[in-house]
Design a protein around this ligand. Structure first.
Ligand SMILES: [Zn+2]
Length: 200
């Protein structure tokens, strides 16, 4: 398999970060520390000094700082985002699947790292469907429910479903563990994927 990586997201770490922001934050940034998504409270820290981390945000609600990778496997892995995108691209475009060895050779990471990346990416992708992904080999049920925001409902019913907040739940059938996540709007595949990229 010959992989070609023409898109800037595979070349430039800033473009790769912006691509991840688009996937994780389709409705604008969300503070990973306090959950604030108020655009008036979240300010991009513009790089007046070169020491500023690119993509850094400041949250006026909790006075914390964050980037799009905070709290995700990308933050811990030390692998550049460009390479995560390359690996994801190879996994999505290979007709018969791609091996860790091919990723290792194509994107220039160790075999062990390629295996780790594939594992985490595949987990994030396949967890979107109910399947045998539980801690003990049992199923994980994924479900979502909707709660109308009463303050918004008071302003009018007409917006209907647009006002709903979504709660996405993962239930491990063996342990009974339930994890719930609030989502601003309808749980798109991208938003659910974003949740699954988080450390669990
Ligand atoms: Zn915050």
């Amino acid at each position: 398999m010959t992989a070609t990586f023409q898109d800037p997201m595979f070349q430039d770490e800033d473009r790769a970060r912006e691509a991840l922001e688009a996937v994780r934050w389709p409705d604008g940034p969300i503070c990973p520390h306090c959950g604030s998504s108020d655009p008036d409270k979240l300010a991009k820290v513009e790089g007046t000094k070169k020491s500023h981390r690119p993509g850094l945000y400041y949250c006026n609600d909790c006075k914390g700082q964050f980037t799009v990778t905070v709290g995700t496997v990308f933050e811990r892995s030390k692998v550049p985002l460009t390479k995560w995108w390359m690996a994801a691209h190879m996994m999505n475009s290979g007709k018969n699947g791609v091996s860790a060895h091919e990723i290792h050779r194509s994107i220039g990471v160790t075999y062990k790292t390629a295996w780790f990346m594939m594992h985490r990416l595949r987990e994030a992708m396949t967890d979107l469907k109910p399947g045998p992904m539980g801690t003990l080999g049992g199923a994980v049920q994924a479900d979502e429910t909707y709660h109308l925001n009463t303050s918004k409902r008071a302003k009018g019913y007409k917006k209907g479903l647009k006002n709903k907040a979504s709660i996405f739940a993962l239930v491990d059938e063996n342990t009974g563990t339930v994890r719930t996540f609030h989502i601003d709007k309808t749980a798109t595949a991208e938003r659910i994927q974003e949740i699954l990229f988080h450390e669990r």
